[in-house]
Design a protein around this ligand. Structure first.
Ligand SMILES: [Fe+2]
Ligand SMILES: [Fe+2]
Length: 347
C-alpha cells in the first residue's frame, strides 16, 4: 500500500513521517506545491487547517487528482461539525482530529484494504465520492448559512443513478459501506435504494430525478442536530427525540426559498417520516395526504437505516430488514412493500 502525505506546514509533515515510520512506503508534499499522481497511490493523508482560505484554495486546485485516490484521510485542527463537513466536501473519506492517537491513525490505514477497493466499480466509487462531497457541502452550507448548491446535488444524483443502472444496487451498497460513514453513508444509501426502487417501478426520467433529489436532500435538516444525539447508542430521552424530530422541518426551511426545487421534493423532505396511519411526524398526516414520491422515499429510508452499520449496532441482513418492513403494513403502502421485495432482496 502506498501513502501520500500532504501537510500545510513542515512540522505537520514531520509528525506524520514519525507516525508512519517504516510501516508503509510514502511520499511527502507541502500543500502549497503538492502535485499528486493519483494513479498509483492507495491512501492520502491530508493534515491542513481548513480555517485558512489559502488551504481551501490549494485543496480545490488538486481536488480532481485527490479524488482518484481510493482512501482520503483528512486530519483537521478543530473537529467541529463545520470542519468535518468541509473536509468531506473537499473529498475526505475519513475525517479525524489531528490530535488523533497515532495508533488510531495506523488502524485506519490498516483497515484500508486496497485489494477490496480494487473490486469496486470505478464509476461507483466516483459516484459515491461525488455524492458524499455534495451532501457534505449542503450540510456545511446549512451550518454556515450559505446557499445550498442545487446544481452539484443534481449532478451527483445523476451520477449515482447512472452507476446503479449500470452496476446494480448490491455493488452500490458495498461500495458506500466500505468508503463512507455516518450521516453521509446514510444519505448515499437512501439515494441508491430510492433510485433502484424507482428503476424497478419503471418511473419516468423526470420522476427518477425527483426521487434522487428528494433522497439526497431528505436529511439535510440533521445538520442542525448535535452529533452527540444523532450518534447516541440506545434509546433517546424524550427531549432528545423531540429535537431529532425537528429535522424534517429544519430541512424544509433550509430549502424552501430555493428557486428550482420543485414542491414535490420539498414535500418529501418535510414528510419523509409520516406514516399512512397518521402515527408519523411532524404533521401526523394520513394516507390521502402522502404522495407516492414520499411513500417510496420513506420505505427506502427505513430499509437503509436497518441495514447500516453504526458504531453502536452491526448491519442487519437484507432479508431481516425486509421482514421488518413487511411488518409495517398499515404504516407503509402494501403494494409498494410487495414491489420493494426485489429491491430489498435480489437487486
Ligand atoms: Fe429523516
Ligand atoms: Fe433518513
Amino acid at each position: 500500500m502506498s501513502v501520500q502525505l500532504v501537510g500545510d506546514t513542515e512540522a505537520k509533515l514531520s509528525a506524520l513521517r514519525g507516525i508512519l515510520g517504516t510501516r508503509h512506503p510514502f511520499t511527502v508534499a507541502l500543500l502549497d506545491d503538492a502535485s499528486i499522481r493519483g494513479g498509483d497511490i492507495d491512501v492520502v493523508i491530508v493534515d491542513a487547517d481548513l480555517r485558512l482560505v489559502d488551504n481551501i484554495v490549494a485543496l480545490k486546485r488538486i481536488s480532481s487528482e485527490l479524488r482518484r485516490i481510493p482512501q482520503r484521510i483528512f486530519l483537521v485542527d478543530d473537529k467541529s461539525r463545520l470542519s468535518n463537513a468541509q473536509a468531506h466536501a473537499l473529498g475526505a473519506t475519513i475525517v479525524l482530529p489531528n490530535t488523533v492517537d497515532p495508533k488510531q491513525l495506523l488502524a485506519n490505514l490498516a483497515g484500508n484494504d486496497p485489494s477490496s477497493a480494487a473490486t469496486d466499480a470505478t464509476d461507483g466509487r466516483e459516484a459515491a465520492s461525488a455524492g458524499a462531497a455534495s451532501i457534505a457541502s449542503m450540510f456545511a452550507s446549512v451550518l454556515s448559512g450559505a446557499d445550498v448548491d442545487l446544481v452539484s446535488t443534481r449532478r451527483a444524483g445523476r451520477q449515482i443513478a447512472d452507476s446503479i443502472a449500470e452496476n446494480g444496487l448490491s455493488d452500490w451498497l458495498a461500495t458506500v459501506r466500505r468508503h463512507h460513514e455516518g450521516t453521509y453513508q446514510h444519505c448515499l444509501l437512501v439515494t441508491g435504494i430510492t433510485v433502484d426502487f424507482g428503476l424497478s417501478l419503471g418511473v419516468s426520467e423526470a420522476d427518477l430525478e425527483r426521487l434522487y433529489m428528494a433522497a439526497m436532500f431528505h436529511d439535510i435538516g440533521k445538520a442542525t442536530i448535535p452529533l452527540i444525539i444523532l450518534d447516541k447508542p440506545g434509546r433517546l430521552q424524550p427531549e432528545e427525540r423531540m429535537l431529532v424530530e425537528t429535522h424534517p422541518a429544519a430541512g424544509y426551511d433550509a430549502l424552501r426559498d430555493k428557486t428550482g426545487l420543485s414542491p414535490e421534493i420539498l414535500d418529501a423532505v418535510l414528510h419523509h417520516h409520516e406514516y399512512l396511519d397518521g402515527s408519523g411526524y411532524p404533521h401526523g398526516l394520513c394516507a390521502e395526504s402522502i404522495p407516492d414520491i414520499v411513500r417510496i422515499l420513506t420505505i427506502a429510508d427505513i430499509f437503509s437505516a436497518l441495514i447500516e452499520h453504526r458504531n453502536y449496532k452491526p448491519a442487519m441482513h437484507r432479508e431481516r430488514a425486509y421482514e421488518i418492513i413487511q411488518g409495517m403494513q398499515g404504516k407503509l403502502e402494501k403494494p409498494l412493500i410487495s414491489a420493494f421485495r426485489d429491491v430489498a432482496l435480489t437487486r
